[in-house]
Design a protein around this ligand. Structure first.
Ligand code: SF4
Length: 823
């Protein structure tokens, strides 16, 4: 479609179309606002959604384009508005009824002097670099706003201006045309007609879904002990629009115990979406299993339209790396066959997907194949049309989070469940941290155009200026020194300029450009929530990367690398707006204590409720024993290794069976394995390796056979310390050596000092709290069902200290008869 419509303005209406007859006002009063047509259903749709649905055509095109961030978009609108006259209207709210559709949105501005409705798109670069199909979409949106405006203000002619505002040069490019109201009206009616079939199906789905959810029963079998109180509290939070931190022990069925009330709240309070997000991918399988079970229990209600879509739609949000069928290609029609004509084939695939309703990774892939579409981007489209979304926490919390963006723009009432929420502090810290190393800079300089080399070289020199003194590995910075900040900004600007002229670009340099932009944004928002430092690290540069001598003549010792680090310590300032925008939130885990740690670091709302569900099994089923005369401090490890091994063998001899033994590092683990193998070769042992692929992990767990005997060695906080389910005789006990405290280092000390400054001393936020969460998680492997019985050995004298005991579950009963290390 051309950028400017060639239809003459003010065209007199022709014979009334079918669309006009159904959606439009009566023929004799073409500009009258019509009453809603008699209908058994209504559907509200935003202008943006209506146009995305009806006006997107052609190829998927995810090449670099001169896009601005959401924040820059707001800034751009505000700058453009400030340049207009005093009577310029901003954020013009518009709404109309077209048959069963209620269409609403906000046009960016109206200039009464020019009688011109404006849509401002903030960009970086030239409008000509925006793909044609995206410009077509922008015009469709503006014309739809124009139609709504003509209806509301009863004007017969309206000027429309699509304004592209370049945030870098602060210049505007305007595409301007005058339209007759009848022409805009006709386009609106056609869009509504094209959307009606889908809207009717969506309304019918919702009309069937909500009563079915209200009638949803808990799956066969009573609530387990503790599960009911969790479900009731989760319901209160999600129905009432508040937040809940729920600590609940393993074995009570937290997944279904939170999903069930979430679905009931959805049905009763009309929530638009439920998102079940996990901090580790392994937890998504159980969530899908629970949803499948609940979905089975939903009645299949007859459809008034005869279409098959009646039950809950569930979608697994799959990562691009897992979904992509052509990892060697770029995401645009000239490179990837699954991107070519994507939007032309999307409607049929979308209809099939929502009719099926159960959209795990395999179903998405199958449907995508049937329609020759990219499965990843098909999944991204389907997020808009599914009821329950299962994915990773980054979809709600990182800087460019998909669900956050959609819920804001589509005004969803979104209920959120976060599983394994004890990991969220660390995950969120990673989302708002970034590192730039000399190795990265050198590597990228070798593939960057020659004209950019000076910017790399200058930044490398400035990094060297702030290097820690010789012999030291860490230098804290209060702020970015001016020269370093300037060199970083110049490199970022040079990369942005380069890519503005290279809209087809893909690859490592483009990824690096986004990385630099992320770092620049974090550097711009530095505050007490983050640390800034430079560290010396072992160099990760390969020989092939160092062929450019000009870039390797830095005065760094051989094999050494410098890293500039922004380290987020308190993610609360970044997450607060997310909590505020959610309808309701439930964060749950077996290890969330202390409550204030989560509330303070995550910035949870003041009125967040706290629930601590008691254990489901008798406390005496777990015999907790402390080796009180054994020190696993780093300096004492070699001396205490013999005594530690003796605890393992004595326990094993007294109660033969399968055990897990957790250690704070691979080195410590290997030393113990070696000594045990030497002293007791008859005890079968197997251990976690530094890297293990999924089959290796499965093999490790398969060693825990029912009624088996042996010791599996694993790392505290590692993949076998969480989410591992070995019920009954598959596991009868665990040993936890050390407290799991982080190693002493300048970075750790800086973290501790910052948390002390912010929250006061002696809270243990930097070390003891996260360490005890790891210990309790590891210990949680022992009892998995109310029938299980087992032993837990805590191997360190510090476990008798009050400040440590207060962070351990109150129901643990320490065995007074066995709290000493063996002689
Ligand atoms: S299949 Fe891969 S390369 Fe092709 S569009 Fe999808 S994600 Fe991009």
């Amino acid at each position: 479609m051309p950028l400017v419509s060639e239809t003459p303005s003010g065209t007199a209406p022709g014979p009334r179309s079918e669309a006009q007859a159904r959606y439009g006002p009566p023929a004799e009063a073409a500009l009258e606002v019509p009453d809603p047509a008699p209908s058994t259903w209504t559907y509200t749709v935003s202008v943006r959604s209506l146009c995305e649905f009806t006006a997107k055509r052609g190829d998927l095109d995810r090449r670099f384009t001169p896009a601005a961030t959401a924040l820059e978009g707001l800034q751009g609108q505000s700058i453009v508005a400030s340049r207009r006259s005093l009577d310029y209207e901003t954020e013009v709210a518009l709404e109309t009824v077209c048959g069963p559709l209620r269409v609403r949105g906000r046009a960016d501005g109206y200039d009464p002097r020019r009688r011109c409705l404006e849509e401002v798109k903030t960009i970086r670069g030239q409008p000509e670099d925006i793909p044609e199909n995206r410009r077509h979409l922008h015009w469709a949106q503006l014309q739809t706003y124009g139609a709504l405006f003509c209806r509301e203000r009863r004007v017969e002619e309206l000027a429309l201006a699509l304004v592209y505002f370049d945030i870098a040069s602060q210049t505007e490019s305007e595409m301007f045309q005058v339209f007759g109201a009848a022409e805009l009206e006709d386009a609106l009616l056609q869009r509504c007609a094209a959307f009606e079939h889908w809207a009717e199906q969506e309304a019918a789905h919702r009309q069937a879904r909500d009563p079915a959810l209200r009638a949803l029963g808990f799956p066969p079998g009573d609530f387990r002990l503790g599960q009911r109180s969790l479900a009731e509290a989760a319901y209160r939070a999600l129905a009432g629009g508040s937040s809940l931190l729920a600590q609940a022990p393993t074995g009570i069925g937290k997944t279904i115990g939170t999903l069930f009330p979430a679905l009931r709240a959805m049905g009763e309070k009309g929530l638009d979406r439920i998102a079940y997000l996990t901090c580790k991918g392994t937890a998504q399988g159980p969530a899908l299993e629970a949803l499948a079970q609940l979905r089975q229990g939903m009645p299949r209600q007859p459809s008034s339209t005869g279409r098959p879509d009646r039950r809950l739609r569930v979608l697994a949000i799959v990562a691009k790396e897992q979904a992509c069928e052509y990892p060697d290609k770029a995401c645009h029609g000239q490179s990837c066959p699954l991107a070519r004509g994507f939007y032309d084939r999307l409607p049929a695939a979308r209809s099939q997907a929502v009719a099926e309703g159960w959209l795990d990774a395999a179903a998405q892939r199958r449907i995508a194949r049937e329609h020759s579409l990219c499965p990843y981007y098909l999944g991204q489209e389907l997020v808009r049309w599914c009821d329950v979304l299962v994915g990773d926490v980054n979809h709600a919390f990182d800087a460019v989070a998909l669900l956050w963006g959609l819920s804001q723009s589509l005004q969803w009432r979104l209920g959120l469940l976060v599983d394994e929420a004890h990991n969220l502090v660390e995950r969120a810290r990673q989302m708002y941290s970034a590192t730039l190393s000399t190795a990265q800079l050198q590597r990228m300089a070798t593939i960057a155009p020659a004209g950019l080399r000076t910017h790399f070289t200058r930044l490398l020199r400035e990094l060297e200026e702030v290097a820690p003194p010789s012999g030291q590995a860490h230098a804290a910075l209060e702020d970015l020194p001016d020269a370093l900040a300037l060199a970083l900004q110049n490199l970022g600007a040079a990369l942005a300029d380069h890519f503005q002229g290279e809209p087809l670009a893909t690859g490592a340099l483009l990824d690096f450009h986004f990385h630099v932009q992320h770092l620049l944004k974090l550097a711009d928002t530095l505050g007490s929530h983050s640390l800034l430092d430079v560290t010396r690290e072992a160099q990760a540069l390969s020989a092939a990367d160092t062929r450019d001598e000009a870039l390797t003549r830095l005065p760094l010792p051989p094999g050494e690398d410098l890293c500039l680090n922004v380290r987020n310590v308190v993610p609360a300032p970044f997450l607060r707006p997310r909590w505020a925008a959610l309808h309701g939130t439930v964060l749950f885990s077996a290890t969330l204590s202390p409550q204030d740690y989560q509330a303070n670091l995550l910035g949870l709302p003041e009125d967040t409720a706290w629930l601590d569900v008691p254990p489901v099994f008798p406390a005496e089923h777990l015999r907790v024993q402390v080796a009180e005369r054994l020190s696993t401090r780093y300096a004492h490890r070699s001396r205490s290794l013999q005594a530690l091994t003796q605890v393992l063998t004595q326990q094993f001899d007294a109660h033969p069976g399968n055990y897990l033994a957790f250690f704070s590092s691979h080195d410590y683990l290997q030393q113990t394995c070696a000594l045990l193998a030497q002293q007791r070769p008859d005890i079968p042992q197997w251990r976690q390796e530094r890297t293990m692929d999924p089959p290796a992990r499965r093999a490790f767990l398969e060693r825990f056979k029912p009624e088996g005997r042996g010791i599996g060695f694993a790392v505290l906080g590692g993949v076998f310390a969480e989410g591992v389910d070995l019920p009954g005789s598959r596991l009868i006990g665990a040993f936890v050596a050390t407290l799991g405290l982080p190693p002493v280092s300048p970075v750790q000390e800086a973290l501790r000092q910052r948390l002390d400054q912010l929250f006061g001393p002696d809270h243990g936020y930097a070390d003891l709290v996260p360490a005890m969460q790891k210990v309790v998680q590891a210990a949680g492997r022992v009892l998995r069902t109310p029938e299980d019985r087992g032993w837990l050995w805590l191997l360190d004298d510090r476990y008798r200290r009050a400040e440590v005991r207060r962070l351990l579950p109150g129901w643990w009963q320490f065995d007074p008869d066995a709290t000493s290390a063996p002689p």
